[in-house]
Design a binder for this molecule. Structure first.
Ligand SMILES: [Zn+2]
Length: 114
């Protein structure tokens, strides 16, 4: 269960940030690449279970999936790869490489404001 590991590390990271700020976290935004096999629902479910009894209990998780990027070998342009139009948007070359998928990132944590 990949998601359980991710959820665990998220709870750890958010808890650390929360105690540093001395505030209660209410939501968090994470992002990952499109090829990442993270399932949002499974991740939220795992997160909820692990967060129970911690500072993170009841938080809302938002997962953003980033598009995969390609780099043109002809003009070096970096672009968002789309299956519907595989090719460089600048020079129309189809000679390009796909860049590594975006890693899973904790983008921001939202804290309760008083
Ligand atoms: Zn190009």
């Amino acid at each position: 269960m990949h998601e359980t590991m991710v959820a665990e590390s998220l709870v750890t990271a958010i808890s650390a940030e929360a105690s540093k700020q001395n505030a209660k976290p209410v939501g968090a935004k994470i992002s990952c690449g499109m090829l990442n096999t993270i399932n949002d629902e499974v991740l939220c479910f795992a997160f909820e279970a692990i967060a129970k009894g911690t500072l993170c209990e009841g938080m809302k998780l938002e997962v953003e999936h980033k598009p995969i990027k390609g780099k043109c070998k002809n003009c070096k342009e970096e672009f968002e790869f789309e299956l519907s139009s595989p090719g460089c948007p600048k020079c129309s070359s189809e000679d390009f490489e796909l860049l590594p998928d975006a890693p899973l990132l904790l983008e921001e944590v939202e804290f309760e404001t008083e």
